[in-house]
Write a protein that binds this ligand. Sequence first.
Ligand code: ADP
Length: 449
Amino acid sequence: MFNKILIANRGEIALRVIRACREMGIKSVAVHSTADADAMHVRMADESVCIGPAAGTQSYLSIPNLISACEITGAEAIHPGYGFLSENANFVQVIEDHGLKFIGPTAEHIRIMGDKITAKETMRKLGVPCVPGSDGGVETIEEARKIAADMGYPVIIKATAGGGGRGMKVATSADDIDVAFSTARSEGQSVFGNPDVYIEKYLQLPRHIEVQVFGDGKGHAVHLGERDCSLQRRHQKVFEEAPSPVITDEQRQRIGKICADAVAGIGYAGAGTIEFLFENGEFYFIEMNTRLQVEHPVTEAIFGIDLVREQIRVAEGLPLSFAQEDLVINGHAIECRINAEKVPEFRPSPGRVAQYHAPGGLGVRMDSAIYDGYTIPPHYDSLIGKLIVHGADRPTALARLERALSELVVDGIDTTLPLFHALLREEAVQTGDYTIHWLEQWLETGPDI
Ligand code: ADP
């Protein structure tokens, strides 16, 4: 059993982990930059350590500073949250070299899944259906032209190291392929330090469906159904729900078993998410995230379990606390990602929160680290909170979301709240009838937000 865990993160996810620690009787250590000295995670943890200046590269991304913070406080394990160093295999290696425990999978599994070409190859071999495309990387423009012509346009060129919606370029015809190829390569190099790219068929009307898996690191794994994250802007999720309104129980069990077997087959430890595009009843693997996802609470809501607690237990070497047959879906859950941004331009709007009032009541969960008088620093992600609602079915969850949104007050800064108010008035959102392109197309029509 761990006595003390250090959380290598900030914001709502740091609070999320601190809460799980407290319920498990484990002491928590917050780390923070100088810009975050007044942050809620610092106040809520049992101890805190300043690990550097505002710039993420000198604080939350500084491996030596994080290791020193563990040594100073006597923390035995590190929870990475999401983002920052959560999918950095080198970080895991250094943690282990110092006799500490990383709460997550092995460095090797992170490395395999962090490189999308290797991830796809591995998943294909494990029997997971993938998006049709190049066999591995594509090195020359001639090769790219030939593969695209054989497969048929449109195609998408993707940086193997890409993430966060960056490093992907669509070519709708042979006229675009040269530019798409060279831009994806140069973005891969400049943003992720790796120019390698591969090609996939560009699916035109898919939904984004992802399967939550959990492995015990000893060859046993379960799946916790899917999340539907089809409402996206610039390939980034905005609104997520579980279960998906379009997946049948037969489809859920089929793809869930494929995913659980795949991660069991590699002896995966902890939480993971296998992402798919779903079109015409077929699933196509796109990538695996080897960490907790931003949208994990919708899965927690419908299964009534604590995924962070489970991550900590698995890192302690304990078995999973549930079997596949214990995991029965109860109702429907929806999450809205609320950002400090001015809509409709989505321009970052950091600054002082004059007033904050969180919604409450039955089936409402607000995960946020803001408070009255808090100043949102301009240096980090613009996510300021996640509103999660849970109800007996999708219509109940939607009505509850509307009610909870009407209670939520964030004054002093601009937020994306008007976007959600407007979305709930849309027929497509009410019926769940949309693809990954719906939100952007709707935004182009100039909705009243
Ligand atoms: P990232 O790692 O940047 O999140 P992903 O590979 O997970 O990249 O893709 C993110 C999003 O990009 C998907 O949810 C989808 O909207 C879009 N996308 C990715 N691959 C394809 C494809 N082959 N066809 C159509 N859309 C795609």
